[in-house]
Design a protein around this ligand. Structure first.
Ligand SMILES: Cc1ncc(C[n+]2csc(CCOP(=O)(O)OP(=O)(O)O)c2C)c(N)n1
Ligand SMILES: [Mg+2]
Length: 892
């Protein structure tokens, strides 16, 4: 007869559990924490081997990760640091309040810095090392909305004047002001990285930390223990970019990377996770991804209470309370907190019985306790083998009392009444006169005051001020010889695409003794698409691990070679990550004093359209480098269809002021643009970046026409004059990219069949023409008595006879942009509408940009000018086999 298992009663079960817990405690006491941890791991494996399922959790209890007994001692003078912090708080508050008194609704944020002040200050006083000639320095991404606090500190350090603070958010005032958020473009000696578009700073920080390792592994800089710190909001972590790359950081063992999440449990509108636990959620996500997670939830006031919590009862209870309720505790009384946290269990009530309601209300959170923050930072800085995230519990609007602390409206609070100001002054022990409080005056004690002396000493010890931006690289020397001569002479009958030509140029650059080592090729799993696989072998794919396996294609010439000093950043399918690498490499001339030259090549449709905000941030960062939109052109990328075919990116390139956008058709144009780009960015030190579209349509590359260099760079040049210049019927045809060849074909059709003499222009950059045109218009507007400037387009076409027709593989908007500077109206052909999976010929017919349509458009313009009869055009439609009933590509 089978033995029936004994089913234990609940009481027996509890007893059994307690026996085990006691034995475990004994192990901790006698054998230590390390042994206890090992035993647990063993038991876990053992249990699984016996079919006992151990429930998975990536979470630890809702308590600080660093036990008080393991906590490093605070290495500063807490009292004086508190005073300094109060001064910073006051001036940050004053800055925002004053700005809004002068300029109603100018905006600004008090509450974010209110919450993050201690997290910043501990960093500034003890951790963030400046860049100087002896040390590369730490790289710090500061939460953008906390900028007032960073300015206030710089004011106390004597780096910013009261006048500049007065003009916070009023940058155009005489004497200058301060930008709302970190913008290197606007404050190039102060801010290094723009962080205010949420989610971008975490991903940029990850790739920055990895790029630092890349520079070390390639021998471009010495290996140091410099850190990358990124401060983010808890709400910010909802941005896909914020957490999207965290596994890269752990996979690459980036122990030079530290995230600090300011967990004030609130975002703009309300709680981040009212019904859940953002800290626990983030802990699980980061731990699951292999990060070292340090939770800093409770301040030192809680240590004695947790000491009493031998059964983990309190920890368990605290873990049950949802964030919405935690937020309520901030605005409620101590009695409320007592009842709602401990009321359900007399044992809990007993633990807090020695605390008055007021004391209970004032219990500090971990992120506001310098001791806890210091210990966490120290542990993070010393941690080896993986990146660290510190999840610090804070209060949004800390210090604003009843008018703002923890309230849902706090994010946008900019005005505070006098009571609040007085309360603020008292709470932080500020010794400021009554009238200064009322006027919200800036306050800086003398240079000799203990506070200022202390903060200056701390900064001196850490090598200088942070943040601070300096261009640390010398520009490269001038270079007379053209690196790309071989690309200027044509392909001698060989059909090549501009992409192939570009890859040839890249290979040439990689081999160059001067710039070769500085080139950083970046690809998002697309090297084969662009025919770049030959580079794998040539310079290797960067891998911090080297190559731990024999590649499957080892016996081929172009095998997949990974190497520790590999040069290619093969980022996998992440345009956002690749762009973050691009930003790190393109700003290294400032960050590291190294002129790395990034070439990031990607599917053009997944560039500006997909990660345009990162390109905007790159421009703000004063980034230099080349973005190459591959497989470009709505009708040139055959087969791929609607989502892939790009007719948009040159329009999306327009708004980015420093982006030089080119749509070249021939190898010599590409070569001229890249050569000039290197010259402008790296030999002359201009902070611009390039966007060049390259195509995959192979054709014979002609030789560079004499005298075309300037026009290529300025945006247009005459490529091929009409053969029958005496004809009465004249036209000027403009073509770009692969469509230029359709224009050349149209030139022939027009000449041969219709007696029209057409000149053909290659338009390499509508953006450049547009920029030049608006610049001339502006100058003329402001200088009425001077000789008007003539836009380059007008200059080119001044004596050009005939009708004007432009064809592009992008939107018709591009030629239309510059039509106002043309001598007559221009008929624009372009690819407005959704793409299709089709062949190039069919696509060019569908979008009406092929040679036939260009010829037709020319004839139609001649009709409008009264130069030919309608019947001629009608006949041409028939002869050219154009279906007038075909659907409109814009709406189908
Ligand atoms: C991409 C992006 N979307 C929206 C905003 C507008 N915005 C600014 S601050 C903020 C809330 C921030 O909350 P959190 O990240 O929790 O930071 P906290 O201020 O609470 O520290 C929002 C939505 C932005 N700056 N960037
Ligand atoms: Mg928040």
């Amino acid at each position: 007869m089978a033995v029936q298992p004994v089913i234990p009663s609940e009481v027996d079960e509890l007893e059994e559990i307690w026996e085990w817990v006691e034995s475990f405690d004994a192990v901790v006491e006698q054998g230590g924490r390390h042994l206890a941890s090992k035993i647990l791991q063993e038991i876990r494996s053992h249990a699984l081997a016996h079919g006992v399922l151990v429930p998975f959790t990536a979470n630890t209890p809702y308590v600080n990760t660093i036990h008080v007994s393991q906590q490093a001692a605070f290495a500063g003078d807490q009292e004086i640091e508190r005073k300094i912090k109060s001064l910073v708080r006051w001036n940050a508050l004053a800055m925002v309040v004053r700005a809004n008194r002068v300029e109603h609704n100018i905006g600004g944020h008090i509450s974010t810095f209110g919450s993050v002040a201690t997290l910043f200050e501990v960093g500034f006083n003890h951790f963030f090392r400046a860049r100087n000639k002896d040390f590369e320095g730490d790289t710090v991404y500061l939460q953008g909305h906390a900028a007032p606090g960073v300015y206030a500190r710089a004011f106390l350090e004597g780096r910013l004047s009261a006048q500049q603070l007065e003009n916070f958010r009023r940058e155009l005032k005489p004497g200058g002001g301060l930008s709302s958020y970190p913008h290197p473009w606007l404050m190039p000696e102060f801010w290094e990285f723009p962080t205010v578009s949420m989610g971008l700073s975490p991903i940029m920080a990850i790739y920055q930390a990895r790029f630092n390792r890349y520079l070390e592994d390639r021998g471009l800089k010495p290996r140091t223990d410099a850190k990358v710190w990124a401060f983010l909001g808890d709400g910010e972590t909802d941005e896909p970019e914020a957490l999207g790359a965290i596994t890269l950081a752990s996979r690459e063992h980036l122990d030079n990377l530290i995230f600090v999440v300011n967990c004030n449990l609130q975002r703009l509108d309300g709680p981040v996770r009212g019904n859940g636990h953002i800290i626990q959620e983030l802990e699980a996500a980061f731990r699951g991804a292999g990060w070292n997670v340090i939770k800093v939830i409770w301040g030192s006031d809680w240590d004695p209470i947790f000491e009493k919590d031998v059964d983990g009862l309190l920890a368990k209870r605290l873990g049950e309370i949802v964030d919405g309720e935690y937020q309520k505790f901030i605005v409620e009384s101590g009695a409320y907190v007592r009842e709602h946290v401990c009321g359900s269990d007399p044992r809990l009530l007993k633990m807090v019985e020695n605390l008055s309601d007021e004391e209970l209300h004032k219990m500090r959170h971990g992120g506001h306790d310098p001791k806890k923050v210091y210990a966490a930072y120290k542990a993070a800085a010393e941690h080896k083998g993986s990146p660290t995230v510190i999840l610090a519990r804070t209060i949004k609007g800390y210090g604003l009392g009843e008018s703002g602390e923890g309230r849902n409206v706090t994010h946008q609070q900019k005005k505070v009444d006098e009571d609040t100001l007085r309360h603020f002054g008292e709470r932080f022990g500020l010794k400021i006169r009554e009238d200064q409080i009322e006027q919200v005056s800036f306050y800086r004690p003398s240079d000799n005051s203990p506070e200022i002396r202390y903060m200056q000493q701390c900064r001196k010890k850490l090598g200088g001020y942070v943040p601070q931006r300096r261009v640390r690289a010398e520009v490269l020397p001038p270079h007379e010889e053209n690196l790309f001569t071989e690309f200027l002479t044509g392909s001698e009958g060989r059909e090549v695409s501009t992409t192939m030509a570009f890859v040839g140029m890249l290979r040439k650059m990689l081999r160059d003794p001067e710039i070769g080592k500085l080139i950083v090729p970046i690809v998002p799993d697309e090297a084969r698409t662009f025919g770049m696989e030959s580079l794998f072998r040539l310079v290797g794919i960067y891998s911090s691990q080297g190559q731990l396996y024999e590649p499957v294609d080892m016996n081929t010439l172009l095998y997949y070679k990974e190497a520790k000093d590999g040069q290619i950043l093969e980022e996998g399918i992440t345009e956002a990550g690749s762009l973050s690498s691009f930003i790190a490499a393109g700003s290294a001339y400032a960050t590291h004093g190294i002129n790395t030259i990034p070439f990031f090549i990607f599917y053009s449709m997944f560039g500006l359209q997909r990660v345009g905000d990162l390109v905007w941030a790159a421009a703000d960062t004063r980034c230099r480098g080349f973005l190459l939109g591959g497989t470009a052109g709505r009708t040139t990328l055959a087969g791929e269809g609607l989502q892939h075919q790009d007719g948009n990116s040159h329009v999306l390139a327009l708004p980015i002021p420093t982006l030089q956008a080119y749509d070249p058709a021939f190898a010599y144009e590409v070569a001229t643009i890249i050569e000039d780009g290197i010259d402008r960015m790296y030999r002359k030190g201009e902070s611009v970046l390039y966007y060049i579209t390259v195509m995959n349509e192979p054709y014979v590359m002609p030789a560079m026409p004499a005298g075309s260099r300037e026009g290529i760079l300025k945006g247009m040049y005459k490529l091929k004059a009409a053969g029958n210049g005496k004809s009465k019927l004249r036209a000027q045809l403009f073509g770009s990219g692969a469509i230029l060849r359709e224009v050349l074909k149209a030139q022939e059709i027009l000449e041969e069949k219709y007696g029209v003499a057409a000149d053909v222009w290659s338009v390499t950059s509508y953006k450049a023409l547009y920029a030049d045109g608006i610049e001339a218009d502006r100058w003329n507007l402001l200088h009425p008595t001077e000789k008007p400037r003539v836009p380059y387009v007008s200059e080119c076409l001044a004596d050009a006879p005939g009708v004007l027709v432009a064809a592009t593989d992008y939107l018709k908007a591009l030629p239309n942009l510059v039509s106002k500077w043309m001598p007559r109206r221009v008929a624009s052909l372009g690819t407005d509408g959704f793409g299709r999976s089709e062949s190039r010929d069919s696509l060019r017919n569908f979008f009406e940009v092929d040679a036939r349509f260009i010829a037709l458009a020319t004839l139609r313009e001649l009709l409008s000018e009264g130069k030919i009869q309608a019947s001629v055009v009608q006949k041409a439609i028939k002869d050219l086999e154009i279906n007038v009933e075909k659907p409109d590509p814009l709406t189908t």
